[in-house]
Design a protein around this ligand. Structure first.
Ligand code: COA
Length: 149
């Protein structure tokens, strides 16, 4: 059974640890903690009471940025990214958002596949945007318009 919990400054620790585990260059705890209120909205998803994933969104007027999304490695490949992303979309709808933006490493084929499946389109490729193990790598800027969500 899947359940969702809104993250706040009291309960974010496990989701922060998951964020660190998900990335080669994770956010600091201070950055993660600063992305929990105001225009940010962040949720974790549990499967049978166990932390399975999280996302962080940022609303600016009628646009949102999907700042990050991750599934615990032990839970990947089971289709769980879909209900997590759909939960993000439902939050966006509730907030009157009609466009979603994100950026993703060009090497991140799993995330790019997920985003394309939901109708995100490539807007721009930014050269050498992210640090990586062997120097830097490009970012893809992707957008989903509300009517496609
Ligand atoms: C990206 C991520 C969330 C996908 O989670 P997941 O549990 O593996 O994905 P799911 O099993 O739910 O698959 C959902 C869709 O993602 C895509 N996908 C998943 N793995 C893929 C892969 N290896 N290659 C291409 N597409 C893939 C597919 O479109 C898949 O749908 P399908 O099974 O119908 O083909 C996960 O790999 C992750 O947490 N990565 C680390 C954090 C990260 O990079 N976040 C993105 C930041 S921009």
């Amino acid at each position: 059974m899947l359940s969702f919990l809104a993250l706040n400054r009291e309960n974010y620790q496990a989701a922060f640890a998951l964020q660190v585990a998900c990335h080669s260059h994770p956010w600091s705890e201070a950055t993660f903690a600063s992305c929990l209120d105001g225009q940010y909205f962040a949720w974790q998803m549990e499967e049978n009471g166990e932390l399975a994933g999280f996302y962080v969104g940022l609303q600016v007027l009628q646009e949102a940025t999907l700042m990050d999304i991750g599934i615990a490695s032990s839970h990947r490949g089971k289709g769980l990214a879909k209900p997590l992303l759909e939960h993000f979309f439902s939050q966006c709808r509730d907030k009157g958002i009609d466009e979603v933006w994100l950026e993703v490493r060009v090497s991140n084929q799993a995330a790019i596949g997920l985003y394309k499946q939901y109708g995100f389109v490539l807007i721009e490729r930014r050269k050498n945007y992210y640090p990586c193990k062997e120097g830097r790598e490009d970012a893809l800027i992707m957008k989903l318009s509300w009517e496609n969500a």
